[in-house]
Design a protein around this ligand. Structure first.
Ligand code: FAD
Length: 411
């Protein structure tokens, strides 16, 4: 456990030395080998397609690394000390991430939603009891969280959701169905938005809760996606009881709660948190050489556009994140960052289609060719997750450009 008395006054130099000592004792330094064409794995995917056994192994490794980092004081560097954080400025978090990136450590992807979206919402809106129960446990990976927002009839129009929560004394009874719930299969808790007053206008009759994913009446069913894997699920709720102290925010104020989570979700995706910051320019250039397309002016033009687009997406996201770190409310910058990233992934898909042609649709066994189909098939998903491209454009049109509001037929 970190010595939080020392942590209060630690200098960046002391912090750096302690972090390095911890990492040297617990992880191997990264060997940056320049692998040649045809060597090692040729996997390039947005959503990794793993068997249940591979998922379990990845989760186990991720969990033990998170236990070790949390117990050493690097699991929630900026967080309140009451919940196991160190209350250090975000520059210390960036410093730790930079140091850790030189070491081989297990992917923390299984905790992306719980830490990137659910935990910040609990910190902002939960009761003290729920904060005590869940924040430390989420950051230490004793528990995993998922986001239970979308329904079969409510995605972009999230406020139209129908899952009901009805008050019964000091409890609520939840009934309904959620869909596209990433990671529900290994989650312990979920952030759920329910309709608590069907007579109020749709944005006003919603309330957020933390629901126990192991409670009686919760059923998780996997959904298979076109890439072959099953990383998300349908979740059914039948008379699931949720204590009132697991409510997020005030009754019928769930829209504000949902917006907190959605802003954090867009920031995570725009920043490459969903595994999409992986564009490796060298791999692309090698591919062009292998296919003897490196001198084709049209291909070179598209490659330059992809590279520039990648940098634009990266800088836009950094600008948005700086605003958040400065304590300002995340705004439409998050939507611009997400749209820049997805526009660029679309450009990349077009370039891959142009140079690979049939090799993208039929596996000839040739290294580094058909493998790109996993990335291309994942792009539509990332264009939808966390708010579709069209919805991002509406936000930018209305909130940045001041265009008239989208007509709302549901009203
Ligand atoms: C990879 C992935 C992971 C996900 N993980 C989760 C999760 O963990 N938890 C969760 O709750 N949800 C999750 N989702 C669901 C996601 O939030 C929804 O898919 C998304 O909000 C879109 O909703 P929908 O699928 O119902 O599409 P719809 O809202 O039905 O949209 C259909 C089409 O209509 C367009 N459209 C809709 N409204 C407008 C408008 N006003 N103007 C212009 N065009 C419009 C959309 O752009 C889209 O092209 C995930 C989705 C994906 C792809």
């Amino acid at each position: 456990m970190a010595d939080t008395k020392v942590a209060d006054t630690v200098s960046e130099q002391e912090f750096r030395e302690a972090a390095l000592a911890f990492l040297r004792a617990h992880a191997k330094p990264k060997v940056r080998e320049e692998t040649s064409w045809g060597e090692g794995s040729d996997e390039v995917a947005i959503f990794r397609e793993e068997s249940p056994e591979e998922q379990a192994a990845e989760l186990e490794a991720a969990r033990s690394w998170r236990h070790a980092t949390f117990d050493a004081g690097y699991g929630w560097i900026t967080g309140p000390r009451r919940y196991g954080g160190r209350e250090l400025p975000s520059s210390f978090e960036r410093l730790y991430q930079a140091i850790e990136s030189d070491f081989e450590v297990p992917s923390q992807a299984p905790f992306g939603i719980g830490l990137g979206m659910v935990a910040p919402t609990i910190l902002a809106h939960a009761t003290e009891r729920a904060k005590d129960l869940y924040l430390r446990a989420l950051y230490r990976a004793d528990l995993i969280g998922c986001q239970l927002f979308s329904e079969p009839g409510a995605g972009s129009d999230l406020a139209g959701l129908q899952t009901r929560a009805v008050r019964d004394g000091e409890e609520w009874v939840v009934t309904g169905q959620k869909v596209w719930t990433s990671g529900a299969q290994h989650s312990d808790i979920g952030e759920i938005i329910c309709r608590t007053d069907p007579d109020l206008p749709k944005h006003k009759g919603l309330t957020g809760f933390i629901v126990d994913m192991h409670a009686p009446g919760v059923e998780v069913r996997p959904l298979r996606q076109m890439t072959g894997g099953a990383s998300f699920n349908e979740v059914f709720f039948t008379d699931v009881r949720v204590p009132d102290d697991h409510r997020l925010g005030d009754v019928n104020q769930g829209w504000t709660v949902a917006l907190t989570t959605l802003m954090n979700e867009r920031a995570a995706i725009g920043g490459g948190g969903a595994g999409v910051g992986m564009l490796n320019p060298r791999r692309l250039v090698d591919l062009l050489h292998q296919l003897d397309r490196q001198d084709d002016p049209l291909v070179r033009q598209q490659l330059a556009e992809v590279y520039i687009g990648n940098e634009v997406a990266r800088y836009t996201n950094l600008r948005a994140m700086e605003k958040v770190k400065a304590g300002q409310l995340p705004g439409p910058e998050m939507s611009i960052a997400k749209l820049s990233l997805t526009n660029n992934l679309r450009r990349l898909s077009d370039l891959l289609g142009l140079v690979l042609g049939p090799r993208l649709t039929a596996d000839s066994g040739e290294w580094g060719t058909y493998a790109w189909s996993q990335l291309v098939l994942g792009v539509p998903g990332i264009r939808v997750a966390g708010g579709t491209d069209e919805v991002m454009k509406n936000i930018i049109g209305e909130r940045v450009l001041g265009l008239p509001k989208e007509p709302q037929p549901a009203r």
